[in-house]
Write a protein that binds this ligand. Sequence first.
Ligand SMILES: NC(=O)c1ccc[n+]([C@@H]2O[C@H](COP(=O)([O-])OP(=O)(O)OC[C@H]3O[C@@H](n4cnc5c(N)ncnc54)[C@H](O)[C@@H]3O)[C@@H](O)[C@H]2O)c1
Length: 458
Amino acid sequence: MTVFSISGEYMGDSVDRRHHTVAVVGLGYVGSCIAAELADRGLEVVGVDTNAELVAELAAGYCRFQEDELADLIGKQITSGRLRVTTDYAEVAKTDVVLVTVGTPVHSDGSLADHQLKGACGELARHLREGQLIVLKSTVPPGTTRHVVLPLLEQSGLAASKEFRLAFTPERLAEGTALRDLRDLPIVVGGLDPESTSDAATFWRQARGGEVIVLDSLESAEIVKLANNWWIDHNIALANELAKFCGLFDVDVLDVIKAANTLPKGNGNVNILFPSVGVGGSCLTKDPWMVWHSARQRELEIHTAPTGRQVNDGMPKYTAQLILDELIKLGKDPATAKVAVLGLAFKNNTGDLRETPTQGAVEALAKSAGEVRIFDPLVDVERAESLFGIRPKATLTEAVQDADCLAVLALHRTFEDIDFATLPVAAQCVVFDGRAYYSKERIASLRELGYVYRGVGR
Ligand SMILES: NC(=O)c1ccc[n+]([C@@H]2O[C@H](COP(=O)([O-])OP(=O)(O)OC[C@H]3O[C@@H](n4cnc5c(N)ncnc54)[C@H](O)[C@@H]3O)[C@@H](O)[C@H]2O)c1
């Protein structure tokens, strides 16, 4: 029985999800999360990726991505048989819906590096079947689904709108809360034509449930994702400059943000995000450049996107300088000081090192400090060593031995319970808060233990 109807009509009130078949093309961070989550919802899912090593790992129930619940979910769904993974594109032809989640990096000029997308669409065209719905989820500049994806898919000989449907649904999950986001976030849909939009909306309502926001076009759905990340990156840049500004007046930026955010504005309150060692990951570091480049191609100069990027890119160096200044203030010579960096990933509770701002901070520290040690239980040790040029320490104790500064640059859950009283650090050790946002109580207790607290804007 095929429950999903390409005409967009429900086949009945009670949907039997077991008969929905979905292909997820690209099993990276996003694709793995989506494939596992949809299988958990009762859909038959086949994941396709060109990376044979990744596919073999997943087939064995192993997950290389550090994400809450994900490893368990993949293991469970591979065992149940509802999730299968393969490098064989022929499997796609057996499915009702194809979700494309390949990587979409940008070149240094901000233009889309579309090799993964073109490769995937070229393969899809060879296996496209009449009646299928194709949904692009990868983040792309506006117009990409219409002008890059559509012509490639039509090389199949099938006609869009008539013989297959095409839509865009941005993926808005955040690493660290990915599965929860996939369950809860409103889903945005824009299609090539009203039928494609309706089919995609119906698919998401049946497959996921919850709120589905239907937009007029592919481009409006594509821009929603860019607007989200443009806003986030720019807002963090504001928070980072606010932190620097507060630093001039010995004011705690978090007190200012908390109070400032009580002002009603628009549909909610002013919502200034938090400052930190910087912005990383594979999305916020590229999506504003996609906006900038795609506007420039059309002779519109966008200023806020590159400004946000530049401010946030400057934060790792600024952080390193705050640490060095604090050591000097304490009468410690940076050239002989030992700095232990705790947390290397680009944000709390992930092992993802892509574009991590901690790399820039470590590089800047390594130029002036006597010794820089690094430690992060969530990251891949070999990958960290090749990125940082320093072998991560195996244990917290090894990392902090005689340290003059503990720079907490990502506060993973495992770091929350650190018993600072028992750490074998040097006297007058600085606890530098790069993304921990320690409470006033925690700061007071650190001071009682003899630590010197310093943070970004604190
Ligand atoms: N990582 C995030 O937090 C996040 C959040 C929201 C949206 N996104 C967007 O989602 C997309 C995917 O991001 P990601 O972090 O999962 O990327 P990723 O690099 O982790 O995964 C991409 C996967 O696609 C595979 N691939 C490449 N070419 C292929 C082909 N021709 N056929 C099949 N598979 C192919 C790669 O082997 C890889 O496993 C990007 O557009 C990204 O901007 C990412």
